[in-house]
Design a protein around this ligand. Structure first.
Ligand code: MLT
Length: 336
């Protein structure tokens, strides 16, 4: 990426991020909701690689939903292009409740960031419900010569583009958070894109890449194991799951606040009764003690039941698209 263009874009994107966080189907006839739905295995597409934060959330929820639905729910990883390849798969699937998408905040940024998609980034989907809200952490390979966030900032400034940061592609949570970090330190890093932060974490642990800003669902266990170095959480308050880790503001970079959300979607045209059935199964999963305990352990909590509905998630999603649109447009930095 052109460094001058990146640096120019960072402040705008960061402003957008701060503001935002402070921050058809293809002609298939909709399936009729049958009292017996579902009668076959359901596939939940995760638009990132296996082993990452979206995958972790999807597998936990899918397992619990499958018990409620009385059918197998499998997770299929279709990573690449910041989540748009997996989203395209579901946009083009039959709207029969058999193929779903579990995606994150990228559903709100892609409609503006990606101007030449093969699918309608908003109109191709029917929301089922919000799933989680997840904090992020600024982490690094464990031998990076910086002991806290201020020293990391100094190192990034000193090395100019010599420090690289792993992320899951343009519009991915890790990409947006990396932009925030660069804005906060007012210096660029070199971006290293992956199909998801699961494989990026492997490279961070082995020391192939330097820095990552990723969701606690992917970083908590590696931080506890000492496999990576942690500098800060991106929440206004410290997290009960890692009370010794300062907030970015406490660590010297105020304004680095961002929380990622995940939602569940079906292709547009899916029968409303099927969406309702899936929403009920999602709500049951979110109340499942096994799910909530694991979420708590990974620094996140399932959302309240009333947010895990088609109507509530439709308005939340639309509002988030509206928040990100002007930020991305002002930055003028698009994925194409
Ligand atoms: C992201 O950065 O958007 C996520 O970490 C992607 C993933 O789940 O791998």
């Amino acid at each position: 990426m052109d460094r001058r263009r990146l640096l120019h874009a960072i402040p705008r994107l960061a402003q957008l991020a701060l503001a935002a966080t402070g921050l058809a189907a293809l002609g298939f006839a909709p399936a009729q909701a049958q009292g017996t739905y579902p009668t076959r295995t359901i596939t939940v597409v995760v638009p990132f690689a296996a082993g990452g934060p979206t995958d972790t959330v999807a597998r936990l929820v899918a397992e619990s939903m499958s018990r409620d639905l009385g059918q197998t729910v499998v997770v299929e990883n279709v990573g690449g292009a910041g989540g748009t390849l997996g989203a395209a798969r579901v946009a083009q699937a039959r709207p029969d409740g058999q193929t779903l998408l579990l995606h994150h905040i990228g559903m709100a940024t892609a409609p503006t960031l990606y101007r030449r998609l093969s699918y309608d980034a908003v109109g191709a989907f029917a929301p089922i419900g919000l799933v989680t809200e997840v904090p992020m952490t600024v982490i690094a390979r464990k031998d990076l010569p910086a002991k806290d966030l201020k020293e990391l900032a100094a190192l990034i400034r000193k090395e100019t583009t010599g420090i690289n940061y792993a992320n899951a592609g343009i519009g991915a949570a890790s990409h947006l958070c990396g932009l925030l970090l660069q804005k906060a330190v007012d210096a660029p890093m070199t971006t290293v894109p992956y199909r998801g932060t699961g494989p990026a974490m492997t490279d961070l642990i082995s020391g192939t890449v330097d820095v990552m800003c990723d969701q606690t669902t992917n970083t908590t266990e590696q931080i506890r194991a000492g496999a990576v170095k942690v500098f800060a959480v991106t929440t206004p308050e410290r997290l009960p799951s890692m009370p010794d880790v300062p907030t970015a503001a406490e660590a010297g970079l105020p304004g680095m606040e961002v929380t990622i959300w995940h939602g569940l979607y079906a292709p547009k045209g899916t029968d409303a009764a099927i969406l309702e059935r899936l929403s009920k199964a999602l709500q049951t999963a979110l109340r499942d003690p096994k799910v909530s305990q694991r979420f708590a352990d990974l620094g996140t909590t399932p959302v309240a039941q009333e947010r895990a509905t088609p109507a509530a998630h439709a308005s939340f999603w639309q509002a988030d698209i509206a928040k990100w649109k002007p930020v991305i447009e002002a930055a003028g930095q698009y994925a194409d």
